[in-house]
Design a protein around this ligand. Structure first.
Ligand code: DHB
Length: 397
């Protein structure tokens, strides 16, 4: 190992400077609890990584009432419903009418920018571009994070509580001994081919379309940039597709008697998103607590990933705050069960939206007609529509 490491002491050591880690650090600072965040990527890499774009009302409240930023209200777009489209016909799910709630279209990159700016503004300690991160002494009173900073200096953080918010590829989940965690995991025979295009919006709200050729999602970013996805085989290579082929496929999936036509423009990003559902149980090992993608992954349909991460952080923050104030561990002990209750609810919602809207390559006529029967059941019933609206806009905690 060689060179000595500088020891840093803090209350909460946080591995991961994405939205979950930064939001937790922000909330802790507001309660007078110090933390240090270490993140292996640099700021610019995270800022330019495209993720989902829908925030539940509870996530918006955390940003605004929590004093991060009001930019979601000024630069984001409030959506009071979505269109479910099948058999070439659109059916509006009116969130306001059904459950009195809305969602906001506000890309995850912007959430990250707001949180990083708030940490910088409030004097938060965030170390970007660190390497060699390790977590150790997890079952002691002083769990530790070792890392090398961007300048090559070695550090060891000694903390009371260690939070793993380092995503699905991070080190924290893997630091829990295999016999101490259960891994719940499924893969899906689908992927999403995602594009960003310079074009005006094709519809006022998001369109979730089911067709014989598979699913398509017509989403947005702003007045001039749009985000769209279509169901593809997980082995597809986006580079094999020309712009013309992409537009043709997207259009075929939304074609219908109403003549709905996508507004086309140059495509400047193409990505393939693989689908998986994963939950690590419990979300805790000794003094290590997992939050967000470090503990669970959902398929993208319904955009629950970021929202779920922020919901974890809210629960974890309250538990840490209580421990800090009283030295009582009850809420910390309850964190995993409380967070997992919402995680499994969201796993089911994401699984349900995915299976209802996608078309399996091996689907025969029975399966296709059954799927249309399910979609009809949702749009034709106020209760069915309200179930979707409640899950999509976010359940109360
Ligand atoms: C987006 C992604 C989603 O998974 C979704 O359900 C809705 C919107 C998006 O990236 O815009």
């Amino acid at each position: 190992m060689g060179a000595a490491r500088t020891v840093l002491k803090t209350k909460v050591g946080i591995v991961g400077g994405g939205p979950a880690g930064l939001m937790l650090s922000h909330l802790l600072a507001g309660a007078g609890i110090e933390s240090i965040v270490v993140e292996k990527r640099d700021y610019e890499t995270i800022r330019t990584t495209h993720r989902a774009g829908i925030l539940e009302h509870g996530s918006v409240k955390m940003l605004t009432d929590g004093g991060v930023s009001n930019r979601v209200l000024t630069d984001g777009h409030r959506h009071e419903g979505i269109d479910l489209r099948f058999g070439g016909i659109s059916h509006r799910i009116d969130f306001q009418d059904l459950v009195g709630e809305s969602v906001w279209l506000y890309p995850q990159n912007e959430v990250f920018v707001d949180l990083a700016a708030a940490r910088a503004r409030d004097g938060g300690d965030v170390r970007w571009a660190v390497s060699g991160t390790e977590v150790l002494d997890l079952t002691t009173d002083t769990p530790k994070i070792r890392f090398t900073d961007a300048e090559g200096a070695g550090f060891e953080i000694h903390c009371d509580i260690l939070v793993g918010a380092d995503g699905s590829q991070g080190v924290c989940r893997r630091a829990i001994p295999a016999e101490q965690r259960r891994e719940n995991f499924i893969e899906y025979p689908f992927a999403w081919f995602g594009i960003l295009t310079e074009a005006p919006p094709s519809a006022p709200e998001l369109v979730y379309a089911n067709s014989d050729r598979g699913f398509a999602l017509i989403s947005q970013r702003n007045d001039t940039i749009q985000r769209m996805y279509f169901q593809a085989d997980p082995t597809e290579n986006p580079d094999d597709w020309t712009e013309e082929q992409i537009w043709e496929e997207l259009q075929l999936r939304v074609d219908g008697p109403d003549g709905f036509e996508l507004k086309r423009g140059p495509i400047f990003e193409k990505t393939l998103l693989k689908f998986r559902s994963y939950v690590c149980e419990p979300l805790r090992y000794g003094g290590l607590f997992l939050a967000g993608d470090a503990g669970h992954t959902v398929p993208p349909t319904g955009a629950k990933g970021l929202n779920l991460a922020l919901a974890d952080v809210q629960v974890l923050f309250e538990a840490i705050e209580s421990f800090h104030a009283t030295s009582e561990k009850d809420l910390l002990d309850g964190y995993s069960d409380q967070a997992l209750a919402r995680v499994w609810r969201a796993q089911n919602f994401s699984y349900w939206m995915t299976s209802m809207l996608h078309t399996r390559a091996d689907a025969g006529p029975f399966e296709r007609k059954r799927a249309l029967g399910e979609l009809t059941g949702v749009v034709a019933s106020r209760h069915g529509s309200a179930y979707l609206a409640e899950g999509y806009t976010g359940w109360p905690s």
